[in-house]
Design a protein around this ligand. Structure first.
Ligand code: GLY
Ligand code: MN
Ligand code: MN
Length: 435
């Protein structure tokens, strides 16, 4: 688990970046209704979680860099025995200080009055507008009020600065503790994929495999980091397929995209394998193209290379492979130039990974592709999808969708594959399924 010391370090770093005479304000994610009086399982806002480790709704964090070494103030609900009879143990004000390392904690009901007073004499507010329109209005309302009064009695902040530039850039670089949480969420996902491969056989339903994935995550006290995709046959060509209810047929491939969330951190793994345990020659040929594209991309996942180099390496190998198999006609140069490969290579080769599956952080800086640096974590997930109705290719390729996705940490030297250990090559996959 991420320790309180680390959350405190993150708050200090953010306060240092914001500078004195700033006030930083963040809100917890609201509880969300699913229907009538049933709520979705609660998930804390990732920025809020990153700075507090606090997992309750109805909370507000205020950071004051100006106070000696910076001051952290949490507004939250106090413990309430009656409420706890229904929902279980709450953190409360006392533990917010003693266990969550806050300097002060107050009832969330007091947040507005206290916050309004804290704003006076501040130079800058760091707060992300647009997430909670009601709160935005209140904040802007106070600033307007202050403008009238301020000239007489106190200095009032003039502007609201976006917080996410600073905070999201911090989140891009993972600490040792974060990498170890991510390795753990990867390990759970590896086990879930292994069991799915082992139980898979013709006649099983996608729902059986889906249930097995959830079983493994839950046993390890993890949640799925997103709804698993379990797509047999041509369902693999539907990129966000989540209905997961069709029968798995002999001779088809099964694409599973599933990851676990541990201590807030996501893994995101895709494997594609034959339902009956043995690739057909066409499936194998196309699988090896995607695998080679992934290997080329992983080879570029090094400090000093650029984000775009990773994608370009995968595209180059995948396009060449599709031309060799007769799936794409024409020359490599023409396809790379015209992006003709996009007919079958539809999505990007990866994304940042962390507290969010599609994690925050810029991919370009000043119009240039971002340079990779140690501590960054990304997915590398090349995919080729040939729809069942695709007339431009030989019939034998139709309805095949293949993606291979792993999670990579950039280090000062070799890329570190957090999802290593899970069968990846066709031989490894067949051996695991036979075993
Ligand atoms: N599972 C979502 C993705 O691969 O990006
Ligand atoms: Mn995925
Ligand atoms: Mn992904």
């Amino acid at each position: 688990m991420i320790k309180q010391k680390e959350y405190a370090r993150r708050r200090r770093q953010l306060m240092r970046m914001a500078g004195e005479e700033s006030i930083i304000i963040l809100q917890a994610a609201p509880a969300r209704l699913r229907n009538n009086d049933v709520y979705f399982p609660y998930r804390q806002d990732s920025d809020f979680l990153y700075l507090t480790g606090f997992r309750e709704h109805d909370a507000l964090l205020v950071l004051l860099p100006e106070e000696k070494g910076g001051k952290s103030i949490l507004f939250c609900r106090d413990r309430d025995p009656e409420r706890e009879m229904w929902d279980g143990r709450m953190v409360g004000l006392e533990a917010a200080v003693s266990e969550y390392g806050m300097d002060e904690a107050y009832e969330i009901k007091e947040a507005e009055t206290r916050l309004r007073a804290m704003l006076q004499d501040m130079e800058r507010i760091y707060y992300d507008l647009g997430r909670d329109p009601m709160f935005d209005q209140r904040l802007i309302g106070w600033l307007n009020e202050f403008r009238g009064e301020a000239r007489k009695t106190f200095h009032a902040p003039e502007e609201i600065h976006a917080l996410d530039h600073m905070l999201h850039d911090m989140r891009v670089y993972k600490s040792r503790e974060e990498l170890s949480a991510m390795r753990r969420s990867a390990k759970v996902a590896i086990e879930a994929h292994e069991i799915a491969m082992q139980i898979c056989e013709p006649g099983l339903n996608e729902a059986d495999v889906h249930a097995s994935l959830l079983h493994t995550f839950t046993r390890h006290q993890c949640e799925p980091s997103y709804l698993p995709i379990v797509g047999g046959g041509a369902n693999a060509c539907v990129l966000h397929y989540i209905s997961n209810k069709d029968v798995l047929n002999d001779g088809d491939l099964l694409l599973i995209d599933a990851g676990a969330e541990y201590d807030g951190y996501a893994s995101d793994i895709t494997r594609t394998f034959p339902v009956n345990g043995k690739f057909s020659s066409e499936q194998r040929a196309l699988y090896d193209v995607v695998l080679a594209a992934q290997a080329a991309a992983i080879g570029k996942a090094r400090s000093g290379e650029q984000w775009q180099d990773v994608h370009d390496a995968a595209i180059h190998v995948a396009t060449e492979g599709m031309i060799d198999l007769g799936i794409l006609k024409g020359s490599l140069e023409d396809h790379l130039e015209s992006k003709g490969y996009k007919q079958f290579y539809i999505h990007n080769t990866g994304h940042w990974l962390g507290l969010d599956v599609h994690d925050v952080g810029e991919y370009t800086i000043d119009g240039h592709s971002r340079e990779l640096e140690p501590g960054m974590v990304m997915t590398i997930e090349p995919g080729i999808y040939i729809g069942p109705e695709e007339q431009s290719v030989d019939e034998c390729w139709r309805g095949i969708g293949i993606r291979i996705e792993d999670n990579i940490a950039i280090t000062p030297d070799e890329p570190r594959i957090l999802t290593d250990g899970l069968a990846r090559s066709a031989e490894e996959v067949e051996a695991l399924m036979a075993g």
